[in-house]
Ligand binder design. Sequence first.
Ligand code: AMP
Ligand code: GLY
Length: 425
Amino acid sequence: MKKILVVGSGGREHALVWKLSSSQHISKIYCASGNAGIAHLTECISINPDDITGLAKFAEKESIDLTIVGPEIPLTMGIVDSFRQRGLPIFGPDSQAAELEGSKVFAKEFMKKYNIPTADYQIFFSPDKAKKYVLDHGAPLTIKADGLAAGKGVFLAMTEKSALDAIETIMVKKAFGNAGKRIVIEEFLRGEEASLIVFTDGKTILPMPFSQDHKAVYEGDKGPNTGGMGAYSPAPVATPAVREKAMERIMMPAIKGMAAEGRTYKGILYAGLMIVDGEPRLLEFNVRFGDPETQPLLMRMKSDMLPVLESVIENNLQEVEFEWDPRPAVCVVMASSGYPGSYEKGKVISGLKEVEQMENTQVFHAGTAFKNGQVVTNGGRVLGVTALGETIQKAIDQTYEAVSKIDWEGVYYRRDIGNKALGHN
Ligand code: AMP
Ligand code: GLY
């Protein structure tokens, strides 16, 4: 029987803990640092996800058999390198491999080198040169901070003015600190997005079903980007032809390319795709499970996940098979109004007990905490309400029925999660 440590405190980590809790091979799961929902399932420890030394000491003391990392920051900081040096088993890419998410400049140059289809781009070190480029080329353009910015460093500029404002925000006002020292300006792609998330041991690639996120804060994909306002799986935009092209033109060259660069990639690799007229183009790599895509994906995963994680570490992923529930799953993120800007915390959440009784439905907590024996809001994204249904429409209806039972002062959620899937029927 194994002891597991899950690092992170969001909806993705709640889903990971929930899924691993059903494994017959696991006796104990710790989560650092968790939230109110995770604390309901397992033991949370108050070590920050980016306190790598603290986590390593804990893993040594408790003889943890496997550590799984949710967020990108500890991965880019080198948690995997540090655990490996101490002989502690850990699932995820090392810091060299995690550059694929840690630096958009690195990722774009890598895509170019290995002929991975992506948006055309230019890299800028100076705001003046970037602004001149905008004036020469006109809008629409996509302006991206190089480094990590919690999903908020990407600006979709439909006008020259908003492109110039984005450069000012990132490079002059330094809204994301050093992450904005360099920027990437990209061609604006129009199409439908999909997420391809795979397990890989550096050689074999085991894909999960396609999913689709909803990044923009408002209905109809309006407003600024967030970490993700809802997701569903499968994604009908990913036809069999799209799936094959995405594996052959994007995932396989990426895994081979990283090995050729001496940055062998192990763990989860997430490709954020734009499907343009049936052709997948890569918007970004993430080096971890998606949030909120993980919530519907793990609701659909029938197999025990532990053997998959272990086989990645032991380099024998080719021996593993997956079983998936054919039913679609939908996740609606309930957020604090104001997110992705400023918002209030500490609002009492009602209705959670009632939803616990609903079949095929899970409420994954993201930003929640306990206060005076009650569950209160404690972040921008608060809950990921997720349900399975026989059809995508039924999954949507079931999810929104659960959402309608939950409330707090200032709750906000999109009412159109899953609608794009219906458009493909
Ligand atoms: P990224 O973090 O690079 O995936 O960007 C976040 C989101 O911005 C993506 O999920 C897309 O919704 C949007 N986006 C990024 N790059 C582009 C692009 N070149 N064209 C259109 N939309 C984009
Ligand atoms: N759902 C987008 C992300 O995890 O980055």
